[in-house]
Design a protein around this ligand. Structure first.
Ligand SMILES: CNc1ncnc2c1ncn2[C@@H]1O[C@H](COP(=O)(O)OP(=O)(O)OP(=O)(O)O)[C@@H](O)[C@H]1O
Length: 157
């Protein structure tokens, strides 16, 4: 089984979450957190901080990232498992700006654009928004249909 390790960073203010509109590549035209592939010889926290900076200019120290989720995604017909490590942080520097990859925007927690996000987000975002940690698995058929999933609350990583 092949695995690709990815990061996903959700920056939070009291009542808002920073999302980015993906302009190219995997998940194009969807709102999502910031993230991407962990490179060889790079730690997962460092990778998360690097991707955030590359995609919207915000600077976060790896120690200020809190790991809140681990999700494995499988796509029917594809042997590659996406292992996504989800982080949050309220401690960042800078102001988000548009890059070649993402258009950042703050969303109120009651106004998350689920209809224009990955369909799994609707299931685990409520856990994130209520400060819970979770592990999950999603089996996708194509990019829009979830055939099977499980999601569990955990107390710590
Ligand atoms: C299937 N359901 C999903 N639900 C929510 N989020 C998902 C996701 N599947 C992937 N993601 C996230 O989408 C980003 C892809 O990032 P992306 O820049 O395309 O990755 P990668 O570094 O491989 O790109 P390049 O190969 O360098 O172009 C990355 O944050 C990853 O965690």
């Amino acid at each position: 089984m092949n695995r690709k390790v990815l990061t996903l960073v959700l920056i939070r203010k009291l009542n808002e979450v920073l999302l980015g509109y993906k302009k190219r590549g995997f998940g194009v035209n969807k709102w999502n957190g910031f993230g991407g592939k962990v490179e060889a010889k790079e730690g997962i926290y460092e990778a998360a901080a690097r991707e955030l900076r590359e995609e919207c200019g915000l600077v976060v120290l790896p120690v200020n990232l809190e790991k809140i989720g681990l999700i494995n995604f499988e796509f029917v017909g594809d042997p590659l498992i996406l292992e996504v490590h989800v982080f949050t942080s309220t401690k960042y520097e800078g102001h988000p700006f548009e890059t070649e990859e993402m258009l950042p925007k703050w969303f109120h927690v009651t106004d998350i654009p689920f209809d224009d996000m990955w369909v799994d987000d609707k299931l685990w975002f409520p856990l994130f928004l209520s400060g819970k940690k979770f592990k999950g698995y999603f089996l996708f058929q194509g990019h829009d249909v979830i055939l099977k999933h499980n999601l569990e609350n955990i107390t710590c990583f």
